[in-house]
Design a protein around this ligand. Structure first.
Ligand SMILES: Nc1ncnc2c1ncn2[C@@H]1O[C@H](COP(=O)(O)OP(=O)(O)OP(=O)(O)O)[C@@H](O)[C@H]1O
Length: 285
């Protein structure tokens, strides 16, 4: 199935928040794009504005400047063309797995038979059909998050927005979830914008990665991942993969150190010994 929808375009985006201490500039002059059917990750130091950007694409947060378009339309609020998955499972505990998945379709007025068919097809793709009548409390963390993904996909969005969806899972479950997600993404050919702190995860999953600077978040680097698909966990040991990990780690380290350096100097830690590196990066000794 060829994809023609799901194009995200952010041009010169600024996002700021009013805080008690003044205005917090979270994101500054960010331009990025996701092509239809592409898998793109955002990675960067903590607090660099990744979630703010994603919330803006989801329509939960307003931008203060620039333009943010999905399929050429300016984003003015949440919409069923964009599915969202957060780290917290956010399932309705009083509903069965299938009813959770059907919820968005019910809200759209889809008939019961159609809802059930759509939910069961997607649950089958995620290996969860045998659990359709279970309640969330009867599922493991990995299963809950699979239900969360299936629920976000139920209304057939063109775009899937995922904010650290596997952050709460153990590494073994996380690795299985990565494979399940890539399989589903390849079948459904939708666009994915994915936030993670895990460099290996971002490389394993993505076609491209945007590395952000420390706050205010700007795009520091855009990295294409030239690894073939389907991706297999063994690829993580190839020289190409290892080289990408090293490159991204270095980029993020520079930013984390820069952020830490400014926090320490603002916090009056002058007594700490600091060494300034060649790129003006402060290294705490
Ligand atoms: N609603 C808000 N009000 C005030 N400040 C906010 C709000 N939301 C985010 N911020 C601030 O904006 C900055 C960016 O936050 P954001 O959550 O987008 O970063 P992040 O890169 O997703 O962080 P992390 O990786 O730790 O999840 C932070 O300094 C945060 O405290």
């Amino acid at each position: 199935m060829s994809t023609v929808f799901g194009h995200i375009e952010a041009r010169d985006i600024n996002i700021s928040f009013k805080a008690r201490s003044g205005t917090v500039q979270a994101v500054q002059s960010v331009s990025l794009h996701v092509q239809p059917g592409e898998f793109v990750s955002l990675i960067g130091p903590s607090g660099c504005g990744k979630s703010s950007l994603m919330n803006a694409v989801a329509g939960f947060t307003k931008v203060n400047g620039g333009s943010l378009l999905v399929d050429g339309k300016r984003i003015s609020g949440p919409g069923s063309d964009r599915g969202v998955v957060f780290q917290q499972y956010s399932l309705f505990p009083w509903m069965t797995v299938r009813k959770n998945v059907e919820f968005g379709l019910k809200m759209k007025g889809v008939s019961q038979t159609q809802r059930q068919t759509q939910a069961r097809t997607l649950l089958g793709l995620a290996g969860l059909l045998a659990f359709e009548d279970h309640y969330p409390s009867q599922l493991s963390g990995g299963m809950k998050q699979r239900v969360g993904i299936v629920r976000a996909l139920a209304t057939s969005p063109q775009v899937l927005l995922m904010d650290e969806p596997f952050g709460a899972l153990d590494s073994q479950t996380r690795s299985v979830m990565q494979e399940i997600l890539t399989n589903m993404w390849q079948r459904l050919r939708l666009s994915v914008l994915f936030i993670t702190h895990d460099i290996e995860e971002s490389i394993f999953l993505s076609d491209r990665i945007y590395v952000m600077t420390a706050r205010p978040g700007r795009v520091k680097a855009e990295i294409a991942v030239p690894l073939p698909r389907p991706r297999k966990p063994e690829m993580m040991e190839t020289p190409e993969f290892v080289a990408l990990v090293r490159e991204i780690k270095q980029l993020i380290r520079e930013e984390s150190l820069a952020a830490m350096g400014s926090e320490l100097s603002q916090g009056g830690c002058e007594g700490l010994s600091m060494e300034v590196g060649p790129a003006g990066v402060s290294h705490v000794l």
